[in-house]
Design a protein around this ligand. Structure first.
Ligand code: FES
Ligand code: FE
Length: 423
């Protein structure tokens, strides 16, 4: 089991509210927000239970009896296919209801989930199966596995920690399922997965992910490949116009302006943010590969490359990028105050050749995420200096600034009891 830290030491909540109130709008946060285990403990208790998180692709539990062990914030969960219906996916905390042992050590398959400690067994639907050893006074029906809220749409499986705290995910399912299908996510299989454990607070990881101000200095390959970056990052005004014209010409031919949906910047705790949009990669490139040439068969029923990339926001900590022939899923999982798992998963069409080149498919986002890990860890290290002071966000970091502002107001309302335990 991974050593996730609970960091549940006590914190003076009134002091935290004063700290929140003195943060300057449109400036980065004080050091405590990026390093203090007590702040992380507050987030763990108040903010994380309100977030749906992408935990798996449905192809990982392809038939009844298959189960996988995954991380959901600081908890380990089991995601299981319990029946033959498309919707028959459930999730449970990975603990036994006898004396609390970890239930499953790894992914597997079976008719029952069996605890390795005293061999209690549970049905795939969660109920306790083995009952013969129980005292008569104990009701076995009350000893089913602890359920984890779970929702599956468009090939993606989402879970959250607490049914009473989570926002309604149905509007997201309604809004995104069509777009996910159009990009073939519902009929895909995994070709690669990698965890870029980043030694930085989860908010620094997200702050970096939400802006492309750093793309020119930090991502030479991404900058070379992606036209949209050049529009904002070039110092050459004529070039910016040229690239913008190329994007607009692409939209006028492809007709994808309608594809923009949802809000990348959602600032309401009771709403799960979601969005999708399409844009051209640029310069005649078919896909996000090193050469621009295709790396697998087309997805989503396409008959020809259109050179577009679809971007999806899936809540606050999960994202997806869909080129014409492969998809990349992004999961940011806070581990503790100073570490974040950044997990990338690459998918191709389920009927793609078995010998597709996983290195060619993962190239763009692998090289980019290795660079992001480095710059985010350098950011985290710098913030630990006694000389660190918050700095101003520029207009090119507006989404980052919005996220930070939203986070502060949400945490404040949760602490003061507008939506959580009162001070
Ligand atoms: Fe699982 Fe005893 S703790 S059977
Ligand atoms: Fe980056």
């Amino acid at each position: 089991m991974q050593a996730y830290t609970s960091n549940s030491q006590p914190i003076d909540r009134s002091e935290t509210v004063r700290l929140i109130d003195r943060q300057r709008p449109d400036w980065s946060l004080e050091q405590a927000f990026y390093a203090d285990p007590a702040i992380f403990a507050l987030e763990r208790d108040l903010w994380f239970p309100r977030q749906w998180m992408l935990v798996a692709h449905a192809s990982e539990v392809p038939e009844k009896g298959r189960y996988i062990v995954r991380q959901l914030f600081d908890e380990e969960i089991i995601v299981v296919r319990f029946g033959d219906g498309e919707e028959d996916i459930a999730a449970y905390y990975n603990i036994c209801t006898h004396r609390g042992s970890r239930l499953c050590a790894k992914d597997g398959r079976g008719k029952l989930l069996v605890c390795p400690y005293h061999a209690w067994s549970f049905r795939l639907t969660g109920e306790l199966q083995s009952r013969q050893d129980l005292p008569e006074s104990v009701n076995p029906d009350a000893l089913g596995l602890h359920r984890v809220p779970c929702k599956h749409f468009g090939g993606l499986v989402f879970c959250g920690l607490d049914a009473n705290s989570l926002p309604d995910i149905q509007p997201v399912a309604d809004g995104l399922t069509g777009g996910l299908r159009e990009n073939g996510l519902d009929r895909a299989r995994i070709v690669a997965r990698k965890n870029y454990l980043t030694k930085a607070n989860w908010k620094l990881v997200l702050e970096n992910f939400l802006e492309c101000y750093h793309c020119r200095p930090a991502h030479p390959e991404y900058y070379r490949v992606n036209g949209h970056v050049k529009v904002t990052a070039t110092r050459d005004a004529d070039k910016a116009v040229e690239w913008q014209n190329e994007i607009e010409a692409w939209h006028s031919v492809i007709g994808d302006a309608e594809f923009h949906k949802g809000a990348w910047q959602a600032g309401d705790l009771d709403t799960m943010p979601f969005a999708m949009h399409r844009k051209p990669i640029g310069s005649g490139r078919n896909t996000l590969s090193n050469t621009g040439e295709g790396v697998s068969c087309l997805m989503g029923g396409r008959h020809a490359y259109d050179g577009g990339e679809s971007g999806f926001r899936l809540g606050r900590l999960s994202f997806a990028s869909a080129a014409n022939d492969y998809v990349t899923l992004f999961q940011m999982i806070p581990r503790n105050a100073m570490e974040t798992d950044v997990i990338l998963t690459w998918l191709v069409d389920k009927d793609a050749d078995n010998d597709v080149d996983a290195d060619a498919i993962s190239w763009m986002w692998d090289v980019t995420t290795v660079q992001d890990k480095k710059i985010t860890e350098d950011n985290a290290n710098g913030i630990m200096s006694r000389a660190y002071r918050p700095g101003p966000y520029t207009p090119l970091e507006s989404q980052t600034s919005f996220f930070v502002q939203t986070y502060l107001s949400e945490l404040r309302s949760l602490i003061t009891g507008t939506r959580g335990a009162p001070i």
